[in-house]
Design a protein around this ligand. Structure first.
Ligand code: PLP
Length: 367
């Protein structure tokens, strides 16, 4: 029996990808800022309605690392403990230190009050995640960043296409990274892209991803290799032809989950099970469907029941990043994150999710 995972990649019709392959074969241009990467960058810019240049890269983790470098962040970074491991490991990999600030219990994004309380004279940046595509409190974070003269970087790995107050979420903060990994809403197999508000920072990002070349024999400075290949860009271009269908399929599944699960499970009988709240004035991209159980026991019991049907939801994100030994000095006070991480489960959500599996998930969770 085939496994049903929390998320599964969308694959465009093979013929569409083969058409792009023919062009790659004709040009014999496989990587190094080829025409398909340039076309994908243009399309990403138009889709997000942003004026700042889009820089495609090998993966989102490289994007976060380059964003930190391009902004000159080398010291203390305040970040969220409720995110994927990359949000913490990238600054640490860059030689920065990290300090965790707790999250808001309804939106699950970093709490600006906790950020402000964590700031010290050593702080150089705030690195916040629009977790599950839910925008952070970008206005409050901006005020704090300006007041304390620190950089504001967004891990927008989950936030493809999200808008807040009518404009792209990528317009907020100094820099953002979106992941285009195979498990994401929109993907290039492996891949990602980054943007920066300041043209000088954006220019640095552009050369930092390709060894710093300034012509064949000159170099802008220390850099790395994070170039996207033409094969990866081709997958993105194919998927762009299907993005509306991808989003609307996922929206339908989320609506079905909402109809069956949101406010439908009487607290007295089953314990509370609440879908996460999305920030007002933000659009949804339907990238994840997280639900909060009353406690870990109920969560584990549902997971066990679903596993028996070969259905595998995921405990995104568990454990709290503050509980990973190498990540924390041990003095983090993040009670909300610890509580949420113990009770949260992401239900399967993908274009391949079959109706019968959806019914089993709903029935099992309700039971
Ligand atoms: C919140 C978050 N940040 C960063 C990343 C890293 O992105 P990538 O897998 O493209 O390197 C991911 C990817 O899974 C993520 O979920």
């Amino acid at each position: 029996m085939k496994k049903t995972n929390v998320t599964e990649p969308f694959l465009p019709p093979l013929e569409e990808y083969v058409e792009y392959l023919k062009g790659i074969w004709e040009r014999n241009w496989l990587t190094n800022q080829g025409p398909l990467v340039a076309e994908l960058e243009r399309k990403l810019q138009v889709y997000h309605q942003i004026k700042t240049p889009v820089h495609c890269i090998t993966n989102g983790a490289m994007g976060l690392s380059i964003a930190l470098r391009a902004l000159g962040v080398e010291g203390e970074v305040i970040t969220t403990p409720f995110s994927y491991v990359a949000t913490t490991s990238c600054p640490l990999w860059q030689g920065c230190t990290v300090k965790f600030a707790d999250i808001e219990e309804d939106t699950l994004t970093i709490d600006p009050r906790a950020v402000e309380a964590a700031i010290t004279p050593k702080t150089e940046a705030i690195l916040a995640t629009h977790v599950f595509g839910n925008p952070c409190d970008v206005e409050e974070l901006q005020k704090i960043a300006e007041k304390h003269h620190v950089a504001l970087i967004y891990d927008a790995a989950h936030a493809f296409g999200v808008t807040y107050k009518g404009k792209s979420i990528l317009e907020y903060g100094d820099a953002s990274m979106v992941s285009m990994h195979a498990t994401k809403l929109f993907h290039t197999v492996e891949g990602g892209f980054m943007v920066a508000k300041d043209p000088a920072v954006s220019e640095k990002m552009e050369w930092m991803r390709r060894f710093g070349h300034n012509g064949p024999e000159k170099f802008h400075g220390i850099a790395i290799n994070a170039k996207m290949s033409e094969f990866h860009a081709a997958m993105g271009l194919c998927n762009f032809n299907h993005i509306d269908e991808i989003v609307s399929n996922r929206k339908e599944i989320c609506q079905r989950y909402n109809e069956e699960l949101e406010n439908k499970i009487p607290t007295s009988e089953y314990g509370s099970l609440t879908p996460v709240k999305y920030r007002k004035a933000s659009s949804r991209n339907y990238s994840y469907y997280p639900v909060l159980f009353k406690n870990t026991e109920e969560l584990l019991s549902s997971v066990k029941d679903l596993n028996e049907y070969n259905i595998f939801p995921r405990r995104y994100f568990h454990p709290s990043l503050s509980q990973i030994d190498d990540f924390d000095s041990g003095d983090s006070q993040v009670p909300t994150t610890l509580d949420i991480a113990n009770r949260i489960l992401c239900l399967p959500l993908s274009n391949n999710l079959k109706d019968e599996d959806l019914e089993i998930i709903i029935k099992t969770i309700k039971k």
